[in-house]
Design a protein around this ligand. Structure first.
Ligand SMILES: Nc1ncnc2c1ncn2[C@@H]1O[C@H](COP(=O)(O)OP(=O)(O)OP(=O)(O)O)[C@@H](O)[C@H]1O
Ligand SMILES: Nc1nc2c(ncn2[C@@H]2O[C@H](COP(=O)(O)O)[C@@H](O)[C@H]2O)c(=O)[nH]1
Length: 394
């Protein structure tokens, strides 16, 4: 073997194994992903903060490589097991954790990772948190400035606060008097935002009326993590980028009853200078043309009378005849520190041992990966858990 890995492999207390392992007491495990690469995953302490570290042994050159690691890292627990799912990803299961935080994917050769490897010319890996069940399709609301998108979204969020969550965009424009950082927008510097875009953190971004606006992957994920349906208020360029992305969404275009009425609303709102209003109206002409594209938008709503438009919006979201019940499962499974893992096709069987039996009457369960979606740079969704042949969440 080449040079020893830099992290605390000496702390290792269990077996190093490339099998479904049971490294429940250890801090480190190794996984052979392809015939020439071994991934070493270690839970170490860096400046007294526990962290996961990754190293790769390239068996063809016998050299250790430290990859650039993207994504939010899991918070380590001492016991974890890891299993190679295919040449693209490793599943890491944290011990002493519940199912809302115990399944993590270390992506080593997915499309996103390959793209970053090409861009950076070095080894790359990326964490993606595994989430049980699927999020409902996000709703993209687009239309010219001043048409009433924000007004309609506020009404929806007010009437259905537990159902919808707003995707808080980043922007380089200055905040208006009534706007709060982190609530209306994440107000930021262009250079910072450009770096984050370059690092693959944005689902979409666009230059809109002279400022940079964008939806971070995190902004959409945190809404879905909270069990809510995400609403995006973005311009037509952004809608086109989302349409081309892997995010499946419903696209709604809001039209004004007339161009004169649009201008009137922008002036009454009084948040822009005359010059900015003129720029927004110029851009509105092109946006109104593009909004007619059936390939881009699934629905077009005319916002003439606000109440009528809002009722129509609710109708197309299936909300006009009462509240839809959230499909979020409340059931949480606990994976103890000591557990064993085995694999049958797309199912990972996790045996929790006797101690778990006493705690929750769940001795073993299967994690079904056959419907997983998404992945780095966002969450991996669509995981299902079955207990003793009974599906308990989806
Ligand atoms: N149907 C309507 N009739 C009259 N006024 C309306 C209607 N809908 C919204 N408004 C008003 O029009 C102005 C612009 O609305 P709003 O800020 O919601 O637009 P927006 O599409 O979100 O704009 P932007 O894209 O610039 O953020 C507001 O003052 C709002 O109160
Ligand atoms: N492509 C994106 N467009 C966005 C995003 N967030 C907002 N917007 C659009 O910008 C204009 C102007 O908004 P304002 O708040 O300055 O009036 C409007 O059309 C928004 O829909 C985004 O993340 N991406």
């Amino acid at each position: 073997m080449g040079e020893a890995p830099a992290f605390f492999i000496d702390n290792f207390q269990g077996n190093i194994s490339n099998e479904l392992n049971l490294n429940s007491k250890g801090y480190v495990t190794t996984i052979d992903v392809s015939c020439n690469k071994t991934y070493v995953i270690g839970a170490t302490e860096k400046e007294s903060t526990p962290t996961f570290e990754i190293q790769i042994l390239d068996k063809s050159t016998n050299k250790w490589v430290i990859p650039i690691v993207f994504g939010t890292k899991p918070k380590p627990s001492k016991g974890f097991s890891a299993i190679s799912l295919d040449e693209d990803r490793i599943l890491v299961i944290k011990g002493n954790s519940s199912s809302d935080d115990c399944f993590w994917f270390l992506e080593v050769n997915t499309a996103f990772v390959r793209e970053q490897k090409t861009r950076l010319g070095t080894e790359v890996a990326s964490w993606s948190k595994g989430v049980i069940g699927e999020a409902e399709k996000p709703i993209v609301i687009s239309g010219p400035s001043g048409v009433g998108k924000g007004t309609l979204i506020s009404k929806l969020m007010e009437e259905f606060p537990s159902m919808f969550g707003f995707s808080v965009s980043h922007t380089t424009r200055a905040p208006r008097n009534n706007e709060q950082n982190g609530v209306n927008y994440h107000f930021t510097e262009r250079s910072i935002m450009e770096k984050d875009i370059n690092d693959g953190k944005f689902l979409e971004f666009a230059d809109v009326h002279g400022n940079l606006y964008g939806t971070s992957i995190e902004a959409v994920d945190v809404v879905a993590d909270g069990g809510k349906r995400c609403i995006l208020d973005i311009d037509v360029q952004g809608a086109r980028s989302v349409r081309a992305s892997s995010l499946e969404a419903i696209f709604i275009f809001i039209c004004p009853p007339s161009f004169e009425e649009l201008e009137k609303r922008l002036r009454i709102r009084g948040t822009e200078t005359e010059e900015q209003i003129q720029k927004r109206l110029r851009n509105a002409k092109a946006e109104l043309e593009q909004g007619k594209s059936p390939a881009l938008f699934d629905h077009i709503l005319v916002n003439d009378n606000l109440d009528t438009c809002y009722e129509n919006l609710k109708k197309l979201l299936g909300l006009s005849d009462g509240i839809k019940i959230s499909q979020k499962s409340e059931l949480v499974v606990h994976v103890p520190l000591e557990h064993t893992v085995s694999r049958i096709d797309q199912k990972i069987v996790i045996n929790c041992g006797g101690s778990e039996l006493e705690k929750s009457a769940i001795n073993s369960f299967a994690l079904d990966l056959s419907s997983i979606k998404g992945g780095a740079p966002g969450r991996t969704r669509g995981l299902n858990i079955y207990v003793m042949g009974t599906k308990i969440s989806s």
